[in-house]
Write a protein that binds this ligand. Sequence first.
Ligand code: ARG
Length: 455
Amino acid sequence: MWGGRFSDKPAELMQAINVSIGFDKRLAAQDLAGSRAHAAMLRTAGVITSEDEAAIQGGLAAIEAEIEAGTFAFRDEYEDIHMNVEARLRELIGPAAGRLHTARSRNDQVALDFRMWVRDACDRTAAQIKALQNALLAKAELHADAVMPGFTHLQPAQPVTFGHHLMAYVEMFGRDAARFADARARMNESPLGAAALAGSPFPIDRHMTAKALGFDRPTANSLDSVADRDFALESLAAATICATHLSRLAEEIVIWMTPQFGFIRLSDAFTTGSSIMPQKKNPDAAELIRAKVGRLLGSFTQLSVVMKGLPLTYSKDMQEDKVPTFEAFDALELSLRAMAGMVADLEPVREKMAAAAGAGFSTATDLADWLVRELNLPFRDAHHVTGAAVKKAEELGVGLPELPLSELQALDGRITSAIYDVLTPEASVASRKSYGGTAPDQVRAQIKRWKEALA
Ligand code: ARG
C-alpha cells in the first residue's frame, strides 16, 4: 500500500509484531459498513463518479458475501482488516478500488470500526442484561414470600424473602444496563472524515456518513477523533462493574448450593460431577462466572495502560486496544447468558431457607422494636432487654419464639403474649412494609414496577 516510498519488504519480525488481521478481522462488518457509507458520500460530494461508486459498492457486497460464506482469504501480508478489504477490492474491481481511500485514513477508519464494534457490543450486552433481569424477576415473583435469612458479615441478621434478595440484583443489573446506555450515548459520534488527524481538503460531508452509520453527529475535533479510545475504556469500566455484580451472585449460588446451606438446587444442566467423588454436584458455571471478573478488570487495566501517556494523535500502540476489549465482552456476554440460564434453572429449597431464617435469633430486632412500639422503651434500652432475652434463650437451648413468657416478663413485667406475634420470620418480613423493604407486598410492587420498565 505504500510501495512508492519503500524499496524493500518488511523483515519477518516486523510483520510478526505489526500484523493485526488475526484479531481485527472481527471488525470486518463494521469496516464494510463504513466503506459503503464513505463511498456513497464521496459520490454525493462529487469526489468520485457514480460508475466508480457502483463498482466499489458491488465489490464491497461481494467481499461481504465471501466473508459470510467463510471463503474470504484473510492474509497476513496485508496486515489488518482495512488493507485486506482494500486489496481484495482491487482484485475484484481493479483501479477504481483505489478511489475508496480518498479523504480517509486507516486512522479514522479504525477509530470508526472499533467504535461501531464497541457500540454493538454495548447493545448486545444491554439485551443480555435485560434477559438476566427477566429471569431474576420470574424467580422473584414465584418466591416473593419465601423467607430466608438476610445476612450481614455472612452472619444471620434479619429474615428477608428470597424474592427480595433476587430483586436486589435486578436493581444492580439495572444500573449496569444504564451505564452501558450512558456510554453508548457518549460514544455515538462518528470519527469518519477526521482522516489521518487533521481533517480533509475534499468537500466531504461528515454529517451524511454519521447519519448513514447510525451516529448522532460527527465528532467535533479531528485530533481527538483518531487519538482517543475512551469509549472503549468507559465500556470496559461498565463491563467490569457488571462482572463484579455477577461474581457476587455467583458466589451466593456457590454458598447456597453447599449441603451446609442447602438453600437451592441446580439441575444436572448447570452442574458437573467429580471424577473421583461420586456424591459431588459442583456449581462450576457459578465458579467460572465468579472468576471472569479477573479477565474483565485485566482488560480494563490493559487498555488504560496502553493509552496512558500517549501523545496525540494516533500511535500504533492503539492497535493493542482490540484484544482486551474483544476478550472482555466475550467473557461478559458468556457470563450473562450462563447466569440467566442458571437463575432460570435454580430451585430454592423453601423449607431449608425458612428453617434457617428462624435460626440464630434472627427476630431479635423485631422483639426490640415491639418493646419500643408497645412499651415505649427507648431503642437502646429495648436493645439491652432483647440482648438479655437472647442470652436466656441460648441458655435454655430454644429460639426466641419458644422462650417462655415468664422468662420475658422477668426482664420487663409489662411484656404480654402479644409479643409472640412478631417473633416468627414470616411476621418479621411481613412487618417491614417501608418502601423498598422486604414485606412480600413491597417486593411484589417492585417486581411489577420492573416488569413494566422492562416491557
Ligand atoms: N491496524 C491499525 C490499528 O488497529 C489500523 C490503523 C493503522 N494506522 C496507521 N497509521 N498505521 O490501529
